[in-house]
Design a protein around this ligand. Structure first.
Ligand SMILES: *Cc1c(COP(=O)(O)O)cnc(C)c1O
Length: 812
C-alpha cells in the first residue's frame, strides 16, 4: 500500500491512457491486480491484466467490492454498468502497470539496488536488508516478487520516507529483462549465482548472461563475480569479487564458516553462521556490495556473523485445540503481512481468525500511520482478534478489533498462554526476528509424530495451471478431491482450488462433502457414491449426487420430494465400457422419460469415465467409449430440452484426448503431480514424505535385525531405525531391501521386515546422525518408483498414507 495519492490527471499521463472519468475526484494509492486479493478498495486502481484469464471478467466483482478505478484494454467496454467508476483505456494493461511503476520510481533520487541472477536473488536481497538496515531506511521487494508484475508492485512501495531500494528482477524467458530494466533503472547492479543455460529457456549460457546484464545498462556500478566480468559491457564500472587476483574483493580461502579475502591489500575475514557452498557464495556477493556501499569492516564483520536464514514459505500446520497455524516469521513488514493475510483469507476451514503480531520494526511510516494501516488490513481480512506483542503496537489498540489483547514481550505472552483461549480457529503467527516467535509456534503446535507429509500448494497451483493451458476454450475444471485429495489433505487443498476458481469439486462419499462444506467450501460438489442412508444430509449441505441406476434415481427422487426440492442439481453417469457404475445406452430412453415426469431434479451434468485413457494400446477402445458417450449425451440433450455439462476425461484423458474434453474435465492425479503420459519435469512435485532417525546401532555379522530375524549384515555395519511403518502407509512389501529411502542425499535400502510403526535402514559406512531427516519420497526419490517396487500405481501409495501422518502445507 502506497500512501502517495495519484490524481486522475497524473494517472492518465503516466500510463499514456485515455481516461473516461465519471468521478473526477477519485485519487488512488494502491495497485490491485487480483479481484480475490482486494484491499484499500476506495483508493485502489484495478488492472484488468490478460493472464490465464482475462482480467476484464473480474471488473464487476471488484466494482461490487468498492473499487472505482480501472485500467482496461477492451475498446468497447460497456462503462454504463459501472456508473461511479473511472476507466483508463490503454493498448496493453501490463505495459500500463509497468509504465506507472517506472513513473513512480523516477520520482526518487536515492540509490536503487537491482539484483538479478539465476539463484540466490531473494537470499541476497534479504541478507543485504539485514546488513544495511541500521544505516538505511530500506524499501525492498516483498518475498520473491521479481516477475514482470512483481517488480512493478515492488517499485510502487517506494516513498519519500525511504532512502534505499533493493529490487529483485527475475525473468523466465528471453526478451523480458529490457522491460524490467526500464522500470527499475538500478543505480547499483548486483549479479548473483548463474545456473545452467537451459533452465530458463536460453540456448546458451552466454545468451542468458547477456540478457541478465541488460538490467544494469544505466547502473553506476555492478557487483559481479570475476568469472563473469568479461561479459560486462564496457560502459559499466564493475566491483569485482571472486578468486581472481585482480578482483576488488579477492576471496582467498573459506572453511568452517570463515571466509577470508584481500581487500585494498589487507587480508580480512568474516564469519557467517552457514557453511554450505551456496551460502558462502551469497555471502561473498553481499560482502562485496557492503564494501561498495562504504560500510566499515567492523560493521560488516558484526552483521555478517549474525545473518539469518531466509524462509520464504508460509507453513500451514495443525495446532492445539483444532486450530490451524500459519507460521510466517520470515519478515515482519506491512507488505508481507498483506500477503500472509491473503493466505489466511483463502483458507476458510475456521470461522474465527486470530493474528499474533509483534511490533513492526524499521518502517518508514510514522507509528500511527503504520498501525492504522495494519488495522485496516486486519479488518479487510476479517480478523476477529489481534494478540499484539511489543510496546509500540499496544499503544494503538484503537485501530484493532475490540477483543484484542497485548503483551509487552514474547515471554509475557508465553507465560500467559494457558489463559488465552485458542480453539477451532485459524491463527497467523507473524513476528519480527527479535521477538523469537518460533517459541510461540512451538507452544501452539499439535505434538508431532515426526513423520510428516509436506504438501507444496504452489506446486499444486502450477499443475492446475498446466492443465488449464491444455484446455479448449471454455472447458471447465472439476477437481477430484476424493480420498482426502489423494492423501494430500482435504480442506486445505479444496480451499486452494476454490481460491483458484475451479468450477466443481468431486468427492466419493457424502461425509467428505459435508466436511468440505464445514471448511468454508461454497463450490458445487458432486458426490460419486451417494450413500442412500445419507441422502438427507446430502440435501441439507447442497451436495449434488451422482445417479447411476434406477434404484438410486428413485431414492433420490423421493427424498427430494420429501424436502420439497425443485430442480435439484444431479449428475447422470453413463456406462461406456468401464463396467463399474452407470446407465447403459439401452436405458437412456427410459431414464429420459422418468426425468421428464419429475420436477424434483435437474440434470446438471452427464458423464462417464475412461478406462484406459493413458494407454496407447487401448486407443481403439477409448474411441469407442467416446462414441458411446457422444451418442448418449446427444440423445439426452434432444429429449430433455435443456442443456447440461458433458464430461468424460480424467487427467490423462485431458492431455491425450483433447477432442474428448467436452464441457468439463475431471482432474485427479495430475493435480497432485503425477501423470505418466507427460515428460518428467512437466508437472511439479506436490507431496514429500519425511521421517527421521530415532536410533543408530552397530551390527556384527552374527546379529539379526527385526521380526523373525529376517535382516542380516554379513559384513556387519550400521543400521538406522526410522519412525515410519506399515501403519503409516509404508507397505510391508518394502522390507528386506525392496524399498529404499534417502538419507543425507544417499539412497539406502530397508533391512529386515517393516514393523507397524518403524523400520530399519542399512546406513553402513555413511555419515549419519540420530535425528537426521529421512526422505521416503519427494521430487528425487519419486512416488512412482515406490509404486513400481510395490507393483502398484502411485494412486494407491498416495491415498494409503495414513491419517496419523501429519500434513504440513507450504505456500510462498
Ligand atoms: C478418480 C476419478 C477421476 C480422476 O482420475 P485421475 O486419473 O486421477 O485424473 C475422474 N473421474 C472419476 C469418475 C473418478 O472416479
Amino acid at each position: 500500500m502506497n500512501h502517495q495519492l495519484y490524481s486522475v490527471y497524473e494517472l492518465e499521463k503516466a500510463m499514456g491512457a485515455k481516461a473516461f472519468i465519471q468521478n473526477a475526484h477519485a485519487p488512488i494509492r494502491t495497485l490491485l491486480i487480483d479481484s480475490r486479493k482486494l484491499h484499500d478498495v476506495s483508493f485502489g486502481l484495478f488492472f484488468a491484466l490478460q493472464q490465464r484469464k482475462d482480467g476484464h471478467e473480474f471488473i464487476a466483482e471488484a466494482y461490487q467490492a468498492g473499487v472505482r478505478s480501472f485500467v482496461i484494454s477492451h475498446k468497447n467496454w460497456s462503462m454504463a454498468a459501472f456508473p461511479e467508476a473511472n476507466f483508463y483505456l490503454v493498448d496493453d494493461t501490463l505495459n500500463a502497470l509497468q509504465a506507472l511503476a517506472g513513473y513512480h520510481r523516477a520520482k526518487f533520487n536515492y540509490p536503487v539496488l537491482g539484483i538479478t541472477g539465476s539463484n540466490g536473488k531473494t537470499i541476497v536481497k534479504e541478507w543485504l536488508f539485514q546488513l544495511l538496515s541500521s544505516q538505511y531506511r530500506i524499501v525492498r521487494s516483498p518475498k520473491s516478487y521479481n516477475s514482470q508484475i512483481g517488480v512493478a508492485l515492488s517499485l510502487w512501495e517506494m516513498t519519500d520516507a525511504h532512502n534505499l531500494a533493493i529490487i529483485e528482477a527475475g525473468i523466465s524467458k528471453p526478451g523480458e529483462m529490457a522491460k524490467l530494466a526500464t522500470m527499475i533503472r538500478p543505480t547499483l547492479g548486483i549479479l548473483t549465482h548463474m545456473g545452467e543455460a537451459h533452465a530458463e529457456g536460453f540456448s546458451s549460457f552466454e545468451e542468458k548472461l547477456k540478457e541478465k546484464l541488460q538490467l544494469f545498462s544505466l547502473a553506476d556500478r555492478v557487483i559481479i563475480n570475476d568469472q563473469y566480468a568479461s561479459f560486462l559491457p564496457s560502459q559499466n564500472t564493475a566491483f569485482l569479487w571472486g578468486n581472481q587476483v585482480n578482483s576488488d574483493l579477492q576471496l582467498t580461502h573459506s572453511s568452517d564458516r570463515i571466509i577470508q579475502a584481500v581487500y585494498q591489500q589487507h587480508l580480512q575475514q568474516v564469519e557467517i553462521p552457514f557453511e554450505d557452498a551456496a551460502s558462502i557464495e551469497n555471502a561473498g556477493c553481499c560482502w562485496a556490495t557492503a564494501l561498495a556501499l562504504g560500510l566499515t569492516t567492523e560493521t560488516i564483520f558484526e552483521k555478517m556473523s549474525r545473518l539469518q536464514a531466509v524462509e520464504m514459505r508460509l507453513e500451514l500446520k495443525n495446532g492445539i485445540n483444532d486450530c490451524s497455524l500459519i507460521d510466517d516469521s520470515y519478515s515482519c513488514d506491512v507488505s508481507s503481512l498483506g500477503i500472509a493475510l491473503n493466505f489466511l483469507k483463502q483458507q476458510k476451514q475456521h470461522d474465527k481468525r486470530t493474528v499474533i503480531l509483534s511490533d513492526i520494526p524499521e518502517s518508514s511510516l510514522s507509528e500511527e500511520m503504520l498501525y492504522r494501516q495494519v488495522g485496516d488490513l486486519l479488518r479487510e481480512a476479517r480478523v476477529d482478534r489481534l494478540i499484539g506483542v511489543g510496546s509500540a503496537i499496544a499503544q494503538f489498540a484503537r485501530f484493532f478489533p475490540e477483543n484484542s489483547i497485548f503483551f509487552t514481550d514474547t515471554s509475557a505472552l508465553l507465560a500467559a498462554l494457558h489463559q488465552v483461549p485458542f480453539a477451532n480457529e485459524a491463527v497467523l503467527i507473524k513476528g519480527a526476528r527479535s521477538f523469537a516467535f518460533e517459541q510461540l509456534s512451538q507452544a501452539l503446535l499439535q505434538q508431532l509424530h515426526e513423520t510428516v507429509l509436506e504438501i507444496n500448494l504452489n506446486a499444486l497451483e502450477a499443475n492446475l495451471n498446466y492443465y488449464r493451458a491444455q484446455l479448449q476454450p471454455n472447458v471447465k475444471v472439476m477437481a477430484m478431491v476424493k480420498a482426502f485429495s489423494y492423501g494430500s489433505g482435504s480442506a486445505e487443498i479444496a480451499n486452494l482450488l476454490q481460491f483458484n476458481r475451479v468450477d466443481y469439486l468431486a468427492v466419493a462419499y457424502a461425509d467428505e462433502g459435508v466436511s468440505l462444506r464445514k471448511s468454508g467450501i461454497t463450490l458445487p460438489i458432486m458426490v460419486m457414491s451417494p450413500d442412500l442412508a445419507a441422502i438427507d444430509t446430502m440435501i441439507e449441505h447442497d451436495l449434488e449426487p451422482e445417479i447411476y441406476s434406477f434404484r438410486v434415481f428413485s431414492a433420490i427422487d423421493s427424498a427430494l420430494k420429501r424436502h420439497k426440492k425443485q430442480k435439484y442439481p444431479v449428475h447422470l453417469k453413463i456406462e461406456t465400457g468401464m463396467h463399474r457404475l452407470g446407465f447403459g445406452l439401452d436405458e437412456v430412453s427410459v431414464l429420459m422419460e422418468r426425468l421428464k415426469h419429475t420436477s424434483s431434479m435437474m440434470v446438471q451434468s452427464v458423464f462417464s469415465h475412461l478406462a484406459a485413457a493413458e494407454d496407447p494400446a487401448e486407443d481403439a477402445f477409448t474411441r469407442e467409449q467416446i462414441a458411446i458417450f457422444t451418442q448418449a449425451t446427444e440423445q439426452l440433450s434432444a429429449g430433455l430440452g435443456y442443456s447440461f455439462l458433458r464430461h468424460l476425461a480424467n487427467t490423462s484423458g485431458t492431455t491425450r484426448w483433447k477432442e474428448a474434453q467436452f464441457d468439463m474435465v475431471r482432474l485427479g492425479i495430475g493435480l497432485y503431480g503425477i501423470d505418466k503420459t507427460l515428460a518428467p519435469g512437466t508437472l511439479q512435485t506436490v507431496t514429500s514424505l519425511k521421517t527421521s532417525i530415532s536410533q543408530l546401532k552397530s551390527i556384527t555379522p552374527d546379529d539379526t535385525i527385526g521380526y523373525n530375524r529376517k535382516g542380516k549384515l554379513p559384513q556387519g555395519g550400521t543400521i538406522a531405525t526410522v519412525k515410519i511403518g506399515y501403519a503409516d502407509g509404508y507397505s510391508r512389501a518394502l522390507g528386506n531391501g525392496q524399498g529404499q529411502m534417502l538419507v543425507n542425499g544417499q539412497l539406502v535400502p530397508t533391512i529386515g521386515s517393516i514393523c507397524m510403526d518403524m523400520c530399519m535402514l542399512d546406513v553402513s559406512g555413511l555419515s549419519v546422525a540420530e535425528g537426521d531427516d529421512v526422505i521416503v519420497f519427494n521430487h528425487e526419490l519419486r512416488v512412482e518408483q515406490i509404486a513400481q517396487q510395490l507393483q502398484t500405481i502411485p494412486y494407491e501409495v498416495l491415498s494409503g498414507i495414513s491419517q496419523r501422518v501429519k500434513r504440513v502445507y507450504y505456500y510462498e
